[in-house]
Design a protein around this ligand. Sequence first.
Ligand code: PEP
Length: 257
Amino acid sequence: MNLPHKIIIGNWKLNDTIAEGTVLLQKIHQELKGFSAATIVVCPPATHLYPLHRELKSFKSDPKIELGAQNISDYEAGAHTGEVSAIMVRDLAKYSIIGHSERRTHYGETDDQITRKVAIALEHGLQPILCVGENLAQRHDGKAHQVVLDQLNTDLSDVTADEIKKIIIAYEPVWAIGTGTFAKPGEIEDMLRLIRNALVQRFGRLASTESRIVYGGSVDGENAKAIMQLQGCDGVLVGGASLKPKEFAAIVHAGQK
Ligand code: PEP
């Protein structure tokens, strides 16, 4: 089932000062003035959440733009220097990306940590944007399905049928992230179907049809429409192109039915 409104999520990664991020947000808002036919989320660095939260409150017209964190700690509080917890983020953001492949690969984040992050996010009212996806070697070895199923199995192990509705699953093949090579339509549809079927099997049809499944990996203003028209695609997670206001706006427009 495709849900009525697409969700477009921008992941700003480690880019922009607070001043630059504020201007970027203003420009995105300006480009999309009056638009209300999509759920729009931007995920800036953690330092930007508070000022951008305030900035968003000052916007008087559509579009409604929501905030997400890029990551949360797998602990709630305590001696964990450098971490930011769900409790700290929840007053500023509605969502948190969890298990992005850059965190899995560059920071050695494990599926056990991701399981805890998902549980903590849900406990404190944050909606997880859970990223799963295979790397190139795994795809070449014919292991893509198994990798994604294993990630889902572990990462969602503490999730209930009621909670799954709040989770957005982002299928992000690692080889497509930041490379300019997006997955082929057939590959995307195949994975979205696999993920949906896994959710249905585990959580039941009703709960599973309400959670969103999106694609991420080199989405831009040109390919966004075709990707979002694919069967089972509820939206997109956008990295590089989310830093360009006109292009991000074009992607948001491309999601309009
Ligand atoms: C991402 O960082 O999640 C991502 C999809 O990046 P890009 O759009 O740049 O490939």
